[in-house]
Design a protein around this ligand. Structure first.
Ligand code: SAH
Length: 267
């Protein structure tokens, strides 16, 4: 598999991204041979760690580029009262809503929810957590991270925290676009509020269901620089390596990053 010749931007997601195939490929806790999905398990552990940090709590949380997934909100929903989820792609927002409304045909997140509850200390709380998350997600809106106001024509009040997992590297064709997207989404957070990110490193493509999507090749330092340039101070930045040999992607690692927005932009 090779990276697409032309970077697959948002319009390609709208045309070709199949949320059910994506979920089936990447978000089962174990595969058909019973092997644990280390990519998902590592990310769940990192998210729990990040959302357990001091100060990572408040009223409002915005999830930028949520896709059709909820795993990124499972620890977060214990720390925030109201959640707004944003994504460009209609079918991804629809797929998320299916789960939120408990509709037939929605993806079965129960094994993942149970696993996170176990990490948090009580596996039996899974139903309670599902109910809590469904209750706390108040809106699912369209957004474009390349726009100065990503939710235009809607203006959201700045949130206490934003979380973004595996979105900007998929949405931004070059480093300049990545930096400006960070400034765009950074404006959705209050001064003193937090940014929580999971970003794949050194990846140029990922594929599933015979479709291949581009990924902006990023090093840890480039991500940190862009986050600081968007007016944030980095609180945590940790790399976990990803074992080579996965035919679906050329990803080399995963970056977990937490940053706090400066009170005033000092450059
Ligand atoms: N957060 C999810 C989905 C990641 S897939 C997860 O962790 O698995 C990348 C997502 O970025 C897709 O849902 C796609 O619709 C979204 N996306 C791509 N370009 C975008 C843009 N310009 N603005 C907002 N979202 C975009």
């Amino acid at each position: 598999m090779d990276a697409p010749a032309v970077f697959t931007e948002a319009d390609v997601y709208q045309q070709r991204f199949d949320p059910q195939a994506y979920l089936k490929e990447f978000y089962n806790l174990s595969d058909s041979q019973g092997e644990q999905n280390t990519f998902l398990v590592q990310n769940l552990r990192s998210l729990l760690k990040m959302f357990s940090l001091d100060g990572l709590r408040g009223d409002t949380l915005i999830d930028v580029g949520c896709g059709p997934t909820i795993y990124q909100l499972l620890s977060a929903c214990e720390r925030f009262q109201e959640i707004i989820a944003l994504d460009y792609t209609d079918q991804n927002r629809r797929e998320l809503e299916k789960w939120l409304k408990n509709e037939a045909g929605a993806f079965d997140w129960r094994p993942v929810v149970k696993f996170v509850c176990e990490l948090e200390g009580d596996r039996e709380k899974w139903a309670e957590k599902e109910e809590k998350l469904r209750r706390k997600v108040k809106q699912v809106l369209k957004c474009d991270v390349t726009k100065a106001n990503p939710t235009d024509p809607v203006s959201l009040p700045p949130a206490d925290c934003i979380v973004s997992t595996l979105c900007l590297e998929a949405a931004c064709k070059d480093l300049a676009t990545f930096r400006s997207a960070l400034r765009n989404i950074g404006a959705l957070v209050k001064p003193g509020g937090h940014l929580v990110m999971l970003t794949v490193l050194q990846e140029t493509y990922y594929g599933f269901n015979k479709q291949v999507f581009s990924c902006l090749y990023l090093e840890k330092e480039a991500v940190e620089e862009a986050v600081e340039g968007a007016g944030f101070d980095i609180k945590l930045s940790e790399v976990q390596s990803y074992l080579p040999g996965d035919p679906r992607t050329d990803c080399k690692g995963m970056l977990s990053l937490v940053a706090r927005k400066r009170a005033s932009i000092t450059g």
